[in-house]
Design a protein around this ligand. Structure first.
Ligand code: ATP
Length: 239
């Protein structure tokens, strides 16, 4: 494993009630990168993100972030270490306002000034959320809710953002806007691990990518190179 890895996942095994979903999976994300993880339905993408985020305990293997072990730590401890998950399906509090949802994302920041600063930053990044600050989250469009979910993730000021299918069910124009914002926060120094079924979009944004099949990495490399490989073209792009 390269010394420069911000996140290192080594030989990770995890599953549900004895059924393995990850079978000795290894990958790494270096500081400043956007890395995509692509794979078919049920390949184990969400399971990997949930395990890194501390929502699912691994059976074996290691997860190291900035040199410290994360595996087996609870979710709130992982957030404190600087890793935030934007879960599939967004999981917002539908009855709370945009602003309230955002402030909940900053619960690890005990200092009021830091919370306000984080709020100002994410509202500058997503101006639509500033306009809708007092609207209840459940009445926002799917794309707006996805922006809110990402913004909430950023409120904890992570150094690594784990994103689970941000383009799912969202119209292409908003997908582009969300991806442009991700590129912008990455330029500001945020490292991103992106899970997607929208392989074209993910491989256009990411510098490197991994392909997962039934809980194992079967291919990895520069995103542009993977776009040209048989397995990606046939399995994901329908070519
Ligand atoms: P998708 O893109 O469809 O979300 P995925 O690659 O994220 O797929 P996972 O959700 O990680 O896949 O699922 C991996 C495997 O684990 C699948 O076989 C799935 O059925 C199983 N699985 C996922 N969540 C659970 C759960 N809560 N209980 C039992 N099995 C689960």
């Amino acid at each position: 494993m390269a010394a420069s890895a911000l996140l290192a996942v080594e030989d990770l095994t995890a599953g549900y009630g004895g059924l393995p979903a990850l079978r000795g999976l290894s990958l790494e994300v270096r500081a400043g990168e956007i890395v995509a993880l692509v794979g078919a339905n049920g390949a184990g993408k969400s399971t990997l993100l949930k395990t890194i985020a501390g929502l699912l305990a691994p059976e074996s293997g290691r997860i190291t972030f900035e040199g410290r072990r994360l595996d087996g730590r609870p979710a709130h401890a992982v957030v404190r270490e600087g890793v935030a998950l934007v879960p599939e399906g967004r999981r917002l509090f539908a009855k709370l306002t945009v602003r309230e949802n955002l402030l909940l994302g900053a619960y690890v920041q005990s200092d009021e000034r830091t919370r306000r600063q984080a709020l100002d930053e994410v509202l500058a990044l997503f101006p639509i959320l500033a306009e809708r600050a007092m609207q209840t989250a459940g009445t926002m469009s799917g794309g707006e809710q996805q922006m809110l979910a990402i913004a909430r993730g950023l409120m904890s000021r992570p150094r690594l953002l784990l994103l689970d299918e941000p383009s799912l069910g969202i119209m292409p124009r908003l997908v582009s806007r969300i991806y442009e914002t991700l590129a912008a926060v990455n330029r500001q120094g945020l490292t991103v691990l992106l899970v997607e079924q929208n392989v074209h979009a993910a491989l256009a944004l990411a510098a490197r990518a991994y392909v997962i099949q039934t809980g194992r990495i079967v291919l990895d490399g520069p995103a542009q190179e993977l776009l040209g490989t048989e397995v990606v073209r046939r399995a994901f792009l329908g070519l």
